[in-house]
Design a protein. Structure first.
Length: 227
């Protein structure tokens, strides 16, 4: 091997080593280190402990507690977990003007109608609507209102995880609910007649409609001794 070949091999070796080093540096710098992950986790646990514990000599009230809006919406979300619908679980919580929960509900079949004998499908292979859930399901908003033992809902607020359709809007208006607080719409760019009609009806009936902006992004519930 002459001097020119040696020079080329040496240059290639140095260039390859340099490239590998840069690649490894980029790879490791683009991912958090284990110590950083552990530190982040520890900080999260420390923050959680700080929120849950307070000096027994501190006369001030607890600082990290749910707002009323987040509280009622959380109950609506929890109620939705009772739904057997495999595609969409919706929950609702009906609240009196002075903040008392009057009724909760979720989407499901009417009382006495078996969850196992009626279809949960969104579509029918044969094009038969009776093979889908839609002719049979009661919406969460309706169940929350009906679960108040038909008491007047005048002046009451309805918290619902999803914006109500036109059929639910009719019942909301007829029952006297004064405000609907929802978390999400079926589709932010929805032009569906059912939801367009719902907004029109609620506006005409002077029912307030408000999209909730929660103060917390999640709530962790642990089944444990509260002491």
């Amino acid at each position: 091997m002459n001097s020119r070949d040696v020079l080329l091999v040496s240059t290639a070796t140095i260039f390859g080593a340099l490239s590998s080093a840069l690649a490894l540096r980029f790879f490791f710098s683009s991912k958090p280190k284990l110590s950083q992950i552990c530190s982040s986790s520890a900080n999260g646990e420390a923050a959680a402990q700080k929120r849950s514990s307070q000096s027994p000599f501190d006369p001030s009230k607890r600082k990290w507690y749910l707002s009323w809006d987040d509280y009622f919406m959380a109950i609506a979300f929890l109620s939705a977990e009772r739904s057997k619908d495999p595609n969409r679980q919706v929950g609702a919580c009906l609240v009196s003007p002075n903040g008392v929960i009057l009724g909760i509900g979720y989407n499901g079949f009417p009382r006495g109608c078996s969850d196992d004998k009626l279809p949960w499908a969104k579509k029918s292979k044969n094009g038969d609507p009776l093979e889908t859930k839609y002719p049979y399901v009661c919406h969460a908003e309706v169940n929350a209102i009906l679960n108040t033992n038909h008491a007047s809902a005048a002046g009451q607020r309805l918290y619902v995880t999803m914006f109500p359709c036109n059929e639910c809007a009719k019942i909301i208006i007829q029952s006297g609910v004064s405000e609907v607080i929802y978390f999400v719409e079926k589709n932010s760019s929805n032009t569906d007649v059912a939801y367009t009609a719902s907004r029109k009806l609620l506006a005409m009936a002077n029912v307030k409609v408000r999209k909730l902006q929660p103060q917390m992004d999640q709530i962790l519930i642990k089944f444990e001794d509260p002491r």
